[in-house]
Design a protein around this ligand. Structure first.
Ligand SMILES: Cc1cc2nc3c(=O)[nH]c(=O)nc-3n(C[C@H](O)[C@H](O)[C@H](O)COP(=O)(O)O)c2cc1C
Ligand code: SF4
Length: 504
């Protein structure tokens, strides 16, 4: 129970560590019981002072690029090293973060192509303070903007592809006049680093999209929840907010940094975190559009979704829709792994893998498999290389476009080892509140450990049953999809899961 007058929301703002001293001081400052403050803080890896070491990324792309060697090298240089889930630097793998959370990587950030002013986001373009599109939105009025978004067919770019117009209308239709707009900038899906580029290169564009969203749904408070490791990205947004000045008059912007928990990208976990709690997803319904931040109607959109909005308003919904091939608009595809030029490519929604990789300079080695949309999308065989990378087409394969973090694996990769890397990720990142997810993720990782140690496929006998239970018994997308890397790899690459070793 929380004491009357306690300032729960400030807990994560004032807590910088989970030492006894830090917890007691945060408890004193907020009025929340010390045990409760500790329970909240210990959920987040960036608040664990014991772990203030160099963090080496164990995400798929970094593993492919030699994360183990990178960790060894850093240890030899005197770093105290710990493994962490994906750092969102797949284009410069293998990556690490120093104790101050600055990136250590062997190369600069990847390509952002093409550079074309006719593209809605155009990462390579000149970023100008909010102005023209916002003025146009004001002239159109909320209904005019909603009509443009509807005509554009814009689908949310955070993973689920939910139509933006439906969500915006739902918030606008609420009777409660206190409403919020929240930008999900928690980008932490392995293979994904597009929102990072938007924040670094087009912060004004994002702010303008947010201002239009707030104007349309009738909100005056805007929150941007930024992944805690994204220090440079936060600085970029702070600078843009300071420079935007009067252009954003009438709106209050708040930047909230995460504290190192992948699950906080899930929208209701994100809201819990903003309210100063452990980032555990809520049961839905009610959806955030009805009861979101502080129990009030809340519009939550991904960075890329919001960055598309200014051009939709300026050039019209039909213009945006026509840019897509199989579904509306362009898409920021991230590509990494075994390709010549990892990076973010803004291409018509619905290009296929071969086209994306051609833009990225071609395959490195002979491609064997790809993961089309982050860890949650599993692995697909190269027979799918000409399938449109869109929401509908990939769902038909049992996979998903998700956040469009495409990772290519060539024939040098052991698919069972790759499935294990993904299993480790989900085991580490499960919030633990649903038993099927919490226990199932561990069971799958252990089954893979046994199989890789003994080479006996019997170690994997229970996988399909466990996967079913996780899918059916989990309350959020993490648990529902966590088994997919293993089940899809077994389905499409059975030879990678046969008997191994001298008796094979
Ligand atoms: C486990 C999990 C992680 C997620 N991570 C992110 C994320 O990092 N960024 C994001 O925008 N959406 C993420 N989502 C999707 C959000 O819950 C939500 O659907 C999205 O922010 C809505 O924005 P959109 O409609 O613009 O896509 C995640 C979902 C799940 C289940
Ligand atoms: S499915 Fe997993 S991550 Fe999602 S709420 Fe349940 S335990 Fe947490």
């Amino acid at each position: 129970m929380q004491a009357k007058g306690a300032d729960r929301e400030r807990v994560l703002e004032v807590l910088h560590d989970v030492t006894r001293e830090a917890v007691e001081s945060a408890s004193e400052a907020t009025g929340v019981a010390a045990a409760d403050v500790y329970g909240t803080g210990s959920f987040y890896t960036l608040l664990d002072g014991e772990r203030r070491r160099t963090r080496v990324c164990q995400g798929l792309s970094c593993q492919l690029a030699g994360a183990v060697d990178c960790a060894e090298r850093l240890r030899a240089e005197g770093h105290e090293v710990e493994w962490v889930s994906c750092l969102g630097q797949c284009d410069r793998a293998p990556a690490a973060l120093d104790p101050e959370l600055e990136v250590l990587a062997p190369r600069e950030r990847g390509a952002v192509l093409p550079d074309d002013p006719e593209l809605p986001v155009n990462l390579g373009g000149t970023d100008r303070p909010p102005g023209e599109a916002l003025a146009r939105a004001r002239a159109l009025g909320p209904e005019g903007v909603l009509e443009a978004i509807e005509a554009s067919g814009l689908q949310g770019r955070g993973g689920a592809g939910f139509p933006a117009a439906i969500k915006w209308r739902a918030v606008r239709a609420q009777a409660d006049p206190e409403r919020y707009v929240v930008c999900n900038a928690d980008e932490a899906e392995p293979g994904t680093f597009k929102d990072r580029e938007v924040m670094l290169r087009r912060p004004f564009l994002l702010l303008e999209g947010l201002a239009i969203a707030a104007h349309t749904v009738g909100a005056s408070e805007v929150y941007i929840y930024i992944r805690g490791e994204f220090r440079a990205e936060r600085r970029s947004l702070e600078a843009a907010l300071a420079a935007a000045g009067e252009a954003l008059a009438g709106l209050r912007f708040h930047l909230v940094s995460g504290h190192g928990a992948y699950i906080c990208g899930e929208e209701t976990a994100l809201l819990e975190s903003m309210e100063g709690k452990r980032g555990m997803p809520r049961l839905k319904p009610p959806f955030p559009t009805e009861r979101g931040f502080r129990g009030k109607p809340t519009l939550i959109n991904n960075v890329e979704t919001l960055a598309c909005v200014p051009s939709v308003v300026l050039r019209g919904g039909e213009w945006f829709r026509a840019l897509g091939r199989t579904e509306p608009g362009t898409k920021l595809y991230c590509v990494s792994g075994h390709v010549a030029r990892p990076g973010v490519y803004e291409l018509p929604l619905g290009v296929c893998l071969d086209e994306l990789v051609e833009a990225a300079g071609g395959y490195v080695g002979t491609p064997q498999a790809f993961s089309p949309g982050g860890a949650s999308s599993g692995f697909l065989p190269m027979s799918e290389r000409r399938r449109p990378l869109d929401f509908r087409g990939l769902a038909e394969t049992g996979s998903m476009l998700g956040s469009a973090g495409v990772v290519v694996l060539n024939e040098s990769v052991d698919l069972a080892a790759a499935a294990r890397w993904q299993a480790v990720f989900f085991e580490d990142e499960s919030c633990g509140q649903c038993a099927p997810c919490r226990i199932g993720a561990r069971v799958l990782r252990r089954a893979l450990d046994r199989y890789l140690a003994d080479g006996d496929p019997a170690a994997l006998d229970a996988v399909d049953d466990v996967a079913w239970e996780m899918r059916e018994g989990s309350i959020c997308g993490l648990g529902m999809t966590a088994a997919l890397p293993l089940t899809s790899a077994r389905e499409h690459f059975p030879s990678a899961f046969g008997r191994r070793g001298p008796d094979a």
